[in-house]
Design a protein around this ligand. Sequence first.
Ligand SMILES: Cc1cc2nc3c(=O)[nH]c(=O)nc-3n(C[C@H](O)[C@H](O)[C@H](O)COP(=O)(O)OP(=O)(O)OC[C@H]3O[C@@H](n4cnc5c(N)ncnc54)[C@H](O)[C@@H]3O)c2cc1C
Length: 452
Amino acid sequence: MTSPAMLADLDGLSVATAPAELKRKSRDFYWFSPTLKRELEDARADLVVSPRDEAEVIAVAAACYRHGVPLTARGGGSGNYGQCMPLRGGVVLDMTGLDRLLWVKHGAVRVQAGKKLIDLDAELAGHGGEIRLFPSTRAIATVGGFIAGGSGGVGSINWGMLRERGNILGGRLVTLEPEPRVLELRGDDIPKFNHSYGVTGILTELELPVAPTQDWIDAIATFDNFMAAAHFGQAFAEAPGIVKKQCAVMAAPIPHLYLRPIASHVGAGQACALVMVAKQSFEALEALAEEHGGGVTYARSLEEVEHARAVPLYELCWNHTTLWALKRDAGLTYLQSFFPPGGHLELVEKVSGMFGDEVMMHLEFTRSGGGYACSALQIVRYTTEERLQEIMALQERAGCRQFNPHVFTLEEGGMKQVNTTQLAFKREVDPKGLLNPGKMLAWENSGWKPAD
Ligand SMILES: Cc1cc2nc3c(=O)[nH]c(=O)nc-3n(C[C@H](O)[C@H](O)[C@H](O)COP(=O)(O)OP(=O)(O)OC[C@H]3O[C@@H](n4cnc5c(N)ncnc54)[C@H](O)[C@@H]3O)c2cc1C
């Protein structure tokens, strides 16, 4: 795989071959899933190359094409389903060296793909702005990794998921052809690279919309009953006058038992809502919580939290909830589900009653179309793979959509169907199928052979 000729082509670039480094840069958070832990444990790169600019990315792409070597791009390595794990070895391309902010204007930012989201927000603050959406892994995730691997997160209560038109404005990518091209894709071409796991090109720059910055307050509201908390979450999401960025609702025993940093603010049998609300909307939040039979037990400005290096509440939300739970009990795992808008709270109530203590409810309120919906990262007491499949099937039958986090291909996880746009584009830009091979089922099954 790493012939002397290939290494000669990479001369002058930063190339790592030390086994510990190869192992470290070949992993993500795949171990959240007992199934993926078993299946992907041995995935290993032959080389880690760390480009410093786009010209070096092009040089690596050309060398990989010439020698038929797989290439898997890597940002912060915080994906959940082995997305950046090189199933067939080859080069892992560490993109974190491309970390420059290029410009900010007209409510938009242009940035290199390897920039960490937390650093991007810090720089945008100087321009009175912030990114609309970030994953709870903001501290380690990169812009390119989020766009190629993520789906939404903090901010989705206002802006919906990443894939919604307008949440990504443009992207520049390098192809894997004999003479790699650099393409700028915008508008309705964005789905060609969004949530593609990097199988359709190496992103070098992204253009994103910028929201006005706010003085955010982290707040916890507690409730004696889970559905009261869920109805509060819905009312909070819908309240047009309340400026907000995040609302997660968790059933007992999750907050008190598993979320160590906030355990003292939530009673043992209580449910809670973890929210980010703008300072000027804080009193309205308190009143809304009381109206739903709850009360605010914790509030701290995000600025203060960051200054004190304390844990921001968003690092207890989205898949961080699962992470904290796993730290306490390695016998747990999780589901990713979606309660579609309209009747979603009734469905939440129904599903939460179906599995007793085996499945613990964790909701994330998101904007969806003209209304609001709940994404869910339910925590499961794991017994067997068969039982996990059964729980997903039962929930799906009840009307709760499942995005299986225990698989590593695009189609079996989120998409559930062949993305013909991405498949056609891949044939054009990666004719040898070298980009992150094994992740796009449609490609693997198509028997496609490039013309020589
Ligand atoms: C605790 C925890 C919480 C999480 N919370 C969220 C959340 O709130 N929302 C969410 O959407 N996700 C979440 N995730 C998943 C993950 O953190 C995010 O998707 C994150 O944005 C990935 O960014 P990254 O830089 O770490 O990407 P990586 O993991 O490095 O890569 C992700 C995918 O993108 C590809 N890729 C990376 N860089 C490029 C590039 N420049 N060009 C082309 N392809 C590229 C990789 O090959 C891989 O397929 C969470 C994961 C964990 C472990």
